[in-house]
Design a protein around this ligand. Structure first.
Ligand SMILES: [Zn+2]
Length: 151
């Protein structure tokens, strides 16, 4: 599990402060609070209802971009679909399995850069494949036509 009350930066080891996020974003945003690395500037927002609790690990610009890119691909798979919240939960389970991590750790905000890259590749590979459920209720993506023919 990741530390949701960080005092040391997960990227550079520098000291982390708990502060108002207006200084970072230019205006108050979300909970109004964030954790900020004094050394490298990596940061993470906090939970609206539990403002001391970080939403994930501290992230630098590349990780923030990776997170947005992953969410773009991930959200397309469930948003606006039938039984969207079930699909969303099942997709997290599926992704955790693909990445060989615990489902509790399967949040884009918890990933480091290499995990974000890994998740992005996995999600990209299934974008155009039909999302199906097998007889045990497990979500999977159907292989494409070429592969079926090759078998
Ligand atoms: Zn840092």
């Amino acid at each position: 599990m990741i530390n949701l009350y960080p005092q040391k930066c997960n990227l550079c080891g520098g000291p982390v402060i708990y502060t108002n996020n207006a200084a970072v974003y230019g205006r108050k945003y979300g909970s109004g609070r964030c954790y900020l690395c004094q050394n490298c500037g990596a940061r993470v927002g906090t939970h609206r209802r539990w403002p001391r609790q970080a939403l994930g690990v501290l992230a630098d610009a590349r990780m923030r971009k990776g997170k947005v890119m992953c969410h773009g691909l991930f959200d397309k798979l469930w948003k606006g679909k039938r039984k969207a919240s079930k699909k969303r939960a099942d997709l997290y389970g599926w992704l955790a399995e693909q990445m060989e991590i615990d489902i509790e750790d399967c949040h884009f905000g918890y990933f480091d850069l290499s995990q974000l890259r890994q998740a992005y590749k996995i999600l990209l590979a299934v974008q155009d494949k039909p999302m199906l459920y097998d007889e045990r209720g497990q979500l999977y993506f159907a292989d494409d036509q070429e592969r079926d023919n090759a078998d």
